[in-house]
Design a protein around this ligand. Structure first.
Ligand code: 13P
Ligand code: MG
Ligand code: MG
Length: 364
């Protein structure tokens, strides 16, 4: 059975500040998607949130980039924004860069990850959603899942994974893409994806079948808006088991709270902390950045789940380590590398400060 899984997200207003989401917003989204399911557009859906980001998880049979599905997400975000406005939530409509829908939400603010596949006998899916970080944050975990035998023992001992995986990498500045084959091209791959601000893993494919294994949202809000509005807070869909990494191999990379950009005003590096959905309320200095994981089994497109995959004491040590790293990073105050390098600040306050100082900057 051919299924499309679409995960479309947007921050349409935070409660309180940027720390979390208001239940009334989630209810409104639920209403919209319920109606779409009744009308037969969706097979199934799940509405959730990571921090202040509203996440629409939808299954259907209309393929990727389908106008009706994107319009549904768009209309949902618009009426949730109205709810956010009525409650005067913080940054109501934050990620909605334009009000005129033109067939696809890409380029309009929301983040999108979609994949179409033939549902397997048992179709295990993990959907990762993050807050206070940017597209590209999935580079390191995706590399570990699909190319690092120290993370994924299946690459070594499972016959159906032994040929490796291909990584489709997008240059988000120049709008180019290139595909690398792991394991033989991992050094070339790492030159690119080790710079996640510019190169983001868009998709991962099984070799030699070319079956889709993972897909991520690569939309960069600041590049679309030309200024800082909020962070990308990206999503990533990963297929698991069988010819793909086991659930434990998919989750394992998050035991290392990698440093990502996006904390406080989108201008700081901080550790990515894996948490249960109920704990995705980044409050300390508006962070540290969070990642949640919703696990599902698909049954003819029905989303059986979610299981809250980081709701496991097995991740306590990662959370503890994230708090230690957060404390250490915070002690740098307004200094790099806690604060982002100048290049990235160009999308935050630097242009305004420079403008103010125009006339006062003189030649050495
Ligand atoms: P969000 O991108 O999650 O809205 O965070 C914005 C911010 O500035 C937090 O300090
Ligand atoms: Mg926000
Ligand atoms: Mg957010």
């Amino acid at each position: 059975m051919d299924i499309t899984l679409s995960v479309i997200k947007a921050d349409i207003g935070g409660y309180v500040g940027h720390s979390s989401s208001h239940p009334a917003v989630l209810e409104k989204a639920q209403e919209h998607l319920e109606r779409a399911q009744r009308e037969g557009l969706l097979i199934d859906f799940h509405v959730t949130r990571c921090g202040d980001d509203l996440e629409l998880i939808m299954t259907h049979q209309h393929g990727e980039d389908n106008e009706k599905i994107h319009k549904l997400a768009w209309d949902t975000f618009m009426s949730c924004t109205e709810v956010a406005r009525s409650l005067k939530l913080h940054g109501a409509g934050q990620d909605i860069l334009s009000t005129a829908f033109s067939g696809n939400v890409k380029g309009m603010g929301p983040g999108v990850a979609e994949m179409q596949f033939v549902e397997r006998e048992a179709e295990t899916i993990i959907i990762f959603m993050a807050d206070k970080t940017s597209a590209g944050a999935w580079n390191l975990p995706l590399y570990k899942m699909f190319a690092d035998p120290f993370n994924t023992i299946g690459l070594v001992i499972a016959e159906n994974m032994h040929s490796g995986f291909s990584f489709e990498v997008h240059d988000v500045l120049e709008h180019r893409k290139v595909t690398f084959h792991a394991p033989e091209e991992i050094y070339d791959l790492l030159v690119f994806i080790g710079a996640p601000g510019r190169y983001a893993v868009k998709g991962v494919y099984h070799r030699p079948t070319n079956e889709i294994a993972a897909v991520s949202s690569t939309q960069r809000l600041s590049l679309m808006a030309g200024r800082y509005v909020g962070k990308d807070d990206p999503v990533c869909i990963v297929r698991s088991q069988g010819q793909f990494p086991a659930v434990g191999e998919v989750l394992e990379p998050f035991t290392m709270p990698q440093l990502v950009e996006g904390w406080m005003r989108g201008s700081h590096h901080g550790p990515l902390m894996p948490v249960a959905v109920r704990d995705s309320n980044p409050s300390r200095f508006e962070g540290p950045p969070r990642v949640i994981a919703a696990g599902f089994q698909l049954a003819s497109g029905k989303l059986v789940g979610p299981r809250d995959m980081f709701d496991d004491p097995g991740f306590d040590e990662a959370r503890h380590q994230a708090n230690e790293v957060a404390e250490y990073m915070r002690r740098h105050g307004p200094f790099e590398p806690h604060r982002l390098p100048l290049h990235d600040m160009e999308y935050t306050t630097m242009p305004q400060v420079m403008k103010k100082l125009e006339g006062r900057l003189t030649e050495l």
